[in-house]
Design a protein around this ligand. Structure first.
Ligand code: SF4
Length: 294
């Protein structure tokens, strides 16, 4: 019998944006045996496979442009205006499960772009190039927003012009602050009036940033941490780093197959937690597996 205390973090798991999109897909699939979804409904392969078995087919933008007269689900990350135009042209009914937090941000960026354009300024988006949410955000600016992912990308900014900065919802508050500080420093070094030139919009999702302190507390309460997440999840990477900072014995897994029993030798407790895209059933599966091997 295992002496290892195994706890699944009650605060980990789907955020409301993901719950909403998955519930919408499940409800439609109860009535219809097939539904298209544009991009992975959630950055978790195991959950995608589960929904796939219920009839959900993941498609990309190329496939969308080839489809006609059907229904397509838009996931929580949102989409740029071009997707809505394609749907209209091809008589596709879009079932929009874009997260309300993302929709609000899209709206905010669109308004900011309209305002700053009049004074020849620039919209900066701190986020990952190619990430679906970021593509949707850039789409609000006619494709003109500058994406900043690393400190080096700051060189893409024209410091002679006014700057509005926004963040992808799932980035780390600390990392966003580093970028903001770098831009501010550059403006000061160039002798610019920072208050006049630079407006910071903190558009991080509190569903993610609020989890960071909770997760750190959870990580320090357990000898070993097993963090469960898909490798494509942006907040998964960010939240795992927070665990690792707090507890060196933290391991990232996407599946039970990646778990090594040696991790638990000489330990009394293991905590299982995950990203906003990690299903609860997968964390429970990981807990059961550890119970069997420890
Ligand atoms: S992390 Fe936040 S913005 Fe992203 S889907 Fe969840 S609730 Fe919405």
């Amino acid at each position: 019998m295992s002496q290892l205390k195994i706890t699944v973090d009650p605060k980990s798991g789907f955020c409301f944006g993901v719950v909403y999109a998955i519930e919408m897909a499940e409800n439609i699939l109860k009535e219809e045996n097939k539904l298209y979804c544009l991009g992975d409904i959630v950055h978790n392969n195991r959950e995608v496979d589960r929904l796939n078995n219920l009839g959900l087919e993941i498609i990309d933008h190329k496939r969308l442009s080839e489809l006609n007269d059907c229904k397509v689900l838009i996931r929580a990350h949102g989409e740029p205006p071009s997707t809505y135009e394609t749907a209209l042209k091809n008589n596709i009914e879009l079932l929009d499960a874009s997260c309300p937090v993302v929709l609000k941000l899209q709206h905010q960026i669109k308004e900011g772009y309209e305002t700053i354009k009049k004074i020849d300024g620039q919209v900066i988006i701190y986020g990952k190039e190619g990430h679906a949410e970021v593509t949707g955000l850039v789409g609000q600016t006619n494709g003109e927003a500058i994406i900043v992912t690393t400190k080096e990308d700051i060189s893409k900014i024209d410091f002679e012009k006014p700057i509005y900065i926004y963040s992808q919802t799932t980035k780390s508050p600390k990392a966003f602050q580093i970028i903001v500080d770098e831009i501010r420093k550059e403006l000061i070094d160039l002798g610019k009036d920072v208050d006049l030139k630079f407006v910071v919009h903190d558009t991080l999702c509190r569903q993610v940033s609020g989890r960071e302190p909770q997760l750190k507390a959870f990580a320090s309460e357990n000898d070993v941490i097993v963090f469960v997440s898909g490798t494509k999840s942006s907040n998964g990477k960010m939240l795992f780093l927070s665990c690792k900072e707090q507890n060196k014995q933290s391991y990232f897994v996407s599946d039970t197959k990646e778990i090594d029993e040696n991790w638990f030798k000489n330990s009394n407790s293991v905590g299982i937690c995950g990203a906003t895209s990690t299903p609860r059933w997968l964390m429970d599966e990981v807990a059961d597996h550890i119970k069997q091997i420890s």
